[in-house]
Design a protein around this ligand. Structure first.
Ligand code: CP3
Length: 350
């Protein structure tokens, strides 16, 4: 391989399985309400979806945490629910309530959704943001594109809102699995189009968020979390053989090892509940790991945050590894704690 082709960015090196000099770091939800500069742009934009669909605003809030903290990666500012929005299911973000959608709970409602090929046109402003970012990011910063996994997106589409137990989606998936599979298949296709368009616009790595994977029992996990991710990974590999894909099957627990191996993803993002030593011994040989500091340790800061961050680094830091949280940053996080955490990771040597 020529020098020119060898990945030079720290995050790409880790995903290629190479030992980088130091551990790359970025944090899920690194752009968001914990930053005063985000709240300012958010207020200017009006609605959350206007923020996502206006490239000037979306580019700016993506760059904010990079300027402040010097993360190794920027994640496109958008949301997993732009896909159902593009498919014609009206999505609104209500203050203090989170996302609200008109529930899709049967075949008649499913039939009213658009076909996956509308995504590229409907989400053109999102891809425009990606194009701009690939020109405006520092040369050492990796640009991550993302989407929600079919199961997690389906839980919002069927429930019409977030729920602690995903009961509405489960009701359909258990009552009529072959019907529910049609929604999952539509989302597999739409997700592949959405992620492909991000790569074509300049995304260098893709992350797929399966936030609610852990609520599924084994046989449903296999059908609605593992197999859809495997299908997405396969189609992306055919189109973009060199683009790494990270999956975040939150709460997968004892299914994580099979999931990592059978989906063929490049990297696995670990939630807070996964033991770093178990992950090192059972998962790291299959590829790059990412994670998994508790976001609430980042709220607390101080000695306990440092102790637990070092525990993760010391256990998983022989690589390939990317430091991250076990779930997204929460709004009450003091930005100074983020600065301290990034410094700690950057100064750590294996
Ligand atoms: O910085 C980044 O990580 C990039 C942007 C990003 C957002 N959402 C912005 C956002 C990403 C990667 C997501 C993913 C996402 N969105 C997930 C999967 C990851 C996870 O956190 O589990 C899920 C389940 C969603 C759906 C979603 N979006 C919910 C449930 C909510 C409401 C809850 C909340 O935090 O308010 C959102 C809104 C949302 N998406 C916000 C942000 C910054 C907050 C909205 C605001 O600013 O008012």
């Amino acid at each position: 391989m020529s020098d020119r082709k060898a990945p030079r960015k720290k995050l790409l090196k880790a995903l290629a399985g190479e030992k980088a000099n130091g551990i790359p770091v970025w944090l899920m939800r690194q752009a968001g309400r914990y930053l005063p500069e985000y709240r300012k742009v958010r207020a200017e934009a009006g609605s959350f979806l206007d923020l996502c669909y206006t490239p000037d605003f979306a580019e700016e809030v993506t760059l904010q945490p990079i300027r402040r903290f010097g993360f190794d990666a920027a994640i496109l500012f958008s949301d997993i629910l732009v896909v159902p929005d593009a498919l014609g299911q009206k999505v609104a973000f209500k203050e203090g309530e989170g996302p609200v959608l008109e529930p899709v709970t049967d075949l008649a409602a499913l039939a009213k959704l658009s076909s996956p090929d509308v995504v590229r046109g409907k989400l053109a402003p999102v891809y425009e943001t990606v194009t701009r970012l690939s020109g405006s990011l520092p040369s050492e910063t990796t640009l991550i594109g993302f989407a929600g996994a079919p199961w997690t997106v389906a839980t919002y589409m069927v429930g019409g809102r977030g729920s602690p137990d995903q009961a509405a989606a489960k009701a359909w998936a258990y009552r009529a699995p072959d019907e529910f599979q049609m929604l999952i298949d539509l989302l597999v296709e739409a997700t592949v189009e959405h992620l492909s368009a991000q790569v074509e616009a300049g995304a260098e790595v893709l992350q797929v968020f399966d936030t609610w994977a852990g609520s599924l029992p084994e046989l449903s996990f296999e059908r609605f979390a593992l197999l859809p991710m495997k299908a997405i990974r396969k189609k992306l590999k055919e189109r973009f053989p060199d683009v790494p894909v990270i999956a975040f099957p939150r709460g997968a627990g004892g299914m994580a090892e099979r999931y990592f191996r059978e989906t063929g993803v490049t990297g696995l993002s670990l939630d807070t509940g996964v033991s770093p030593a178990w992950a090192r011994d059972n998962l790291q040989k299959a590829g790059c790991l990412q994670g998994n500091l508790d976001p609430l340790l980042l709220v607390a800061g101080g000695a306990e945050m440092r102790r637990q961050a070092l525990h993760i680094l010391e256990t998983l830091g022989q690589g390939p590894f990317i430091f991250n949280l076990g779930h997204g940053i929460v709004p009450q996080t003091p930005p100074e704690h983020v600065a301290e955490l990034v410094r700690l990771v950057q100064e750590w040597r294996s």
